[in-house]
Write a protein that binds this ligand. Structure first.
Ligand code: FMN
Length: 326
């Protein structure tokens, strides 16, 4: 990477539009990894301004205490989590937390969860009537007993949730797709028909860790969601597949799953992402966004591109190989 200073002019190359919102950079801080926007602000050098948007922690209608410990567990090149959607409830978030956020810093996206379609709709409606910039519906949470992933793994159910939330908000609606399903592209197609404006691809993959001495699962919830670099190859393929459906409709994707460097981020743009999410990587490097921003600018300059949108979906597949046989 070159050592040119990161001037305001060079930073402008990162600016982009996402569902009508202006992102100053294509990086998005991911839900569950940054609390309600305050999580890293005590870390010297960290600023939410290094990201184009920040997704708040998953929010349900009523407050939830979450799952018993262990809730997180480090695994090779990744981590398992089963937080269980701990949150103070939608009314508290809308009435008490949103007023504390500085909307000059970045765009704020709510992350909506529920056990029933009615709950998704009610939480969406509460956020619709708030200053929040956009709404992400999490139909892919693997860590709760009811709802979550059950909605996300069945295209019919996914479409019903999207359709119902669509009717409840005029704000940009992002559907967070589950990797724990047979045909993510078909699910995306159904969600577009139901009114989704954008996708987040992917949420965590279901996994387990076992204590061999006790012969018990390590995670209190028995199973958890795997994130971090271990899931990157799966996430890249899924972004590529969803992009094949989205490109005809001009529907953007926030690619995510294991991004921990500029190179990782670039691969996601090439696979079809318009923006990229940073989650688990923040746990070991809270200042990673400024480094990735600088790396993306450097790449664009070296490849004579003026903006990041020029990179989206530029993957050149090897010809004559369908790619589905091993
Ligand atoms: C501790 C933790 C909590 C999470 N909580 C949520 C959540 O509340 N809602 C949601 O949609 N995704 C949640 N996720 C998933 C992340 O937003 C992200 O989609 C996933 O971790 C993949 O990205 P990564 O590998 O960069 O972390 C959580 C992930 C982690 C690690």
């Amino acid at each position: 990477m070159n050592n040119k200073p990161l001037t305001e002019d060079r930073k402008k190359m990162l600016a982009m539009e996402f569902c009508g919102m202006r992102f100053t950079t294509p990086l998005v801080l991911l839900s569950g990894c940054v609390g309600f926007g305050e999580e890293y602000t005590r870390v010297k050098g960290f600023t939410n301004r290094d990201a184009g948007a920040l997704c708040l922690k998953g929010t349900t209608l009523k407050a939830r205490l979450g799952n018993p410990p262990h809730r997180v567990w480090e695994t090779p090149m990744g981590m398992l989590n089963a937080i269980g959607l701990q949150n103070p409830g939608a009314h508290h978030v809308v009435d008490k937390i949103l007023s504390q956020l500085d909307f000059d810093e970045t765009r704020f996206i709510a992350n909506v969860s529920g056990s029933t379609i009615e709950e998704y709709v009610e939480v969406t409606r509460l956020f619709d009537d708030s200053p929040i910039d956009a709404i992400e519906i999490n139909i892919s949470c693997p860590n709760v007993k009811e709802g979550g992933v059950q909605f996300g793994n069945d295209p019919d159910m996914s479409a019903r949730v999207v359709e119902a939330c669509r009717a409840a908000t005029g704000k940009p609606l992002i559907t967070k797709l589950s990797p724990n399903q047979t045909d993510i592209a078909d699910n995306a197609r159904r969600c577009i028909e139901a009114g989704s404006d954008a996708f987040a691809v992917i949420n965590t993959l279901m996994g387990m860790a076992i204590d061999s001495e006790q012969r018990t699962p390590v995670i209190g919830n028995n199973q958890g969601g795997l994130s971090g670099p271990a899931i990157k190859p799966v996430a890249l393929l899924m972004v590529h597949k969803v992009h094949q459906v989205c490109k005809a409709h001009d529907i953007p994707i926030i690619g995510q799953g294991g991004i921990a460097s500029t190179e990782d981020a670039l691969e996601f743009f090439i696979a079809g992402a318009s923006a990229v999410g940073i989650g688990t990587a923040l746990f070991y490097d809270p200042l990673i966004c400024s480094k990735i921003n600088a790396g993306i600018i450097d790449y664009l300059e070296r490849h004579r591109m003026s903006e990041i949108t020029q990179l989206t979906g530029t993957l050149a597949l090897n010809e004559n190989y369908p790619g589905n046989c091993i």
